[in-house]
Write a protein that binds this ligand. Sequence first.
Ligand code: 5GP
Length: 137
Amino acid sequence: MSDSIFTQIIKDKIPSSKVYEDDDVVAFLDIHPINKGHVLVVPKKQYRTIYDTPEDTLAKMMIVAKKLATAIKKAVKADGINIIMNNDPAAGQMVTDHVHLHVIPRHIGDGFREWFGVGTYNATEMDDYAEKIRKAC
Ligand code: 5GP
């Protein structure tokens, strides 16, 4: 796989504003933030999506996301924090060759609309979907 834009950032071939780095994970400011202080948490080793990323790497990413959520909330006086991972273009993943977590500071009334809870199930559908997912696990 050729170097993703994030690997180029990790290798300092592209400038970025880094806020955290350890042996496995880097975090830097998103160039087009939802709100100022929006950070991307990226593994140093390049995986495409959650599906091909090892569990221990995902765990490390989430541990760093927790540290940064706490720091960002304090630093920008956020009212809340969203932690989001987009997988595949259908889910909004634009950088499709390097998995990443968004840590996004939120402010009351900031206008970034949530998409949760707009769908409905009919009487038996919830059980059907739960069964499909259990079988696929
Ligand atoms: P995705 O849609 O893949 O979940 O999010 C990719 C994010 O990467 C976007 O929010 C976008 O603004 C950010 N991004 C893309 N290119 C660059 C870049 O060169 N530098 C930085 N800091 N962020 C980038």
